[in-house]
Design a protein around this ligand. Structure first.
Ligand SMILES: C[S@@+](CC[C@H](N)C(=O)[O-])C[C@H]1O[C@@H](n2cnc3c(N)ncnc32)[C@H](O)[C@@H]1O
Length: 287
């Protein structure tokens, strides 16, 4: 039985059909920690019997936490409540053959981005200089470094814990020659150190992506290159979030004086609420 089906089965046994339907798709396994993302209308304590069952039935899970709704603040952190097993929030998580040490309460981690991490890595070309403006614990940067042989990936985050784990993860994956960690505001680091240096810019932080586009453009060598922008889009019924996202990006780039904009690809990364989507737009620009 697949892990998903097994989690659905035990959620049904412990919570009954109705609650299990809300819950089973919200269980994420990060290393040896299970996180149950709690829906708005449920109390985390209701999930303790399920957490205990997960510890009993899945021997590789050592700790279970409830992730409360919503990520908060500039570091994009969720609040967690411990439910069962060891009271430990640090773990080593494996993605695409790379290892990531993380503390789920101190750095942003989302297994949902797994596909995006690899998809972006596959677009990076050997020898490129890349800047990841919002790198977290280093997922995009390290997977790209491992799979696509860029020359350098400048990897920036403003959260001191994200920087700490990024440094650890760079060593764990032996990509010290490629991934350069920076602690600070991406705007300031680009302006001070990375103007006119890069071929590709990753912007995996929807809340700042449009307002930081001017710094992404400054980072591009000779004003040309690839930009991957993640956005949150509200779409009314019948509207296509990808069309709205593309328009927002083009309007912003045009306002910044970009004369050539090729939209290479766009996709919905995930649904984040009623008619609210995270989308990614891959573009090539020349100023
Ligand atoms: C959505 S998370 C990044 C996800 C990460 N790239 C991944 O793959 O898991 C956004 C990150 O941007 C960082 N951040 C927020 N404001 C920033 C800024 N002004 N400069 C650099 N990093 C920033 C946060 O600390 C957080 O780690």
């Amino acid at each position: 039985m697949s892990r998903g089906k097994f989690l659905r089965k035990i959620a049904r046994e412990v919570l009954g059909d109705e609650k299990a339907r809300k819950i089973w798709g919200r269980i994420e396994i990060i290393g040896d920690i299970a996180v149950i993302r709690v829906p708005f209308d449920m109390d985390p304590e209701e999930l303790i019997p399920l957490a205990e069952k997960i510890i009993k039935e899945l021997p590789y899970v050592k700790s279970v936490w409830a992730g409360l709704p919503g990520v908060e603040g500039p570091y994009r952190l969720r609040k967690y409540v411990h439910l069962a097993g060891e009271k430990r929030s640090e773990t080593i998580y494996k993605e695409h053959g790379c290892l990531f040490k993380v503390d789920i309460t101190k750095v942003y981690v989302s297994p949902t981005l797994n596909y995006e991490h690899k998809r972006i890595a596959q677009q990076v070309k050997p020898g490129e200089i890349v800047v990841n403006m919002f790198a977290g614990a280093g997922f995009f940067s390290i997977i790209a470094a491992k799979y696509s042989k860029p020359k350098i990936v400048h990897s920036i985050d403003i959260n001191p814990y994200a920087h700490k784990y990024m440094v650890i993860n760079i060593k764990l994956n032996k990509v010290e020659d490629i991934v350069k960690p920076y602690l600070g505001d991406a705007a300031k680091i680009v302006e001070r150190q990375l103007v006119n240096t890069c071929d590709r810019v990753l912007m995996p932080y929807p809340e700042l992506a449009l307002s930081y586009l001017k710094y992404a453009l400054k980072a591009l060598r000779s004003g040309k290159g690839y930009i991957h922008v993640y956005l949150h889009i509200d779409a009314e019924k019948g509207e296509n979030p990808l069309t709205i996202g593309e328009k927002q990006l083009i309007n912003e780039l045009e306002a910044l004086g970009v004369r050539k904009i090729d939209i290479l690809n766009k996709r919905i990364v995930r649904t984040i609420g009623p008619r609210k989507y995270q989308v990614v737009i891959d573009s090539y620009v020349e100023q």
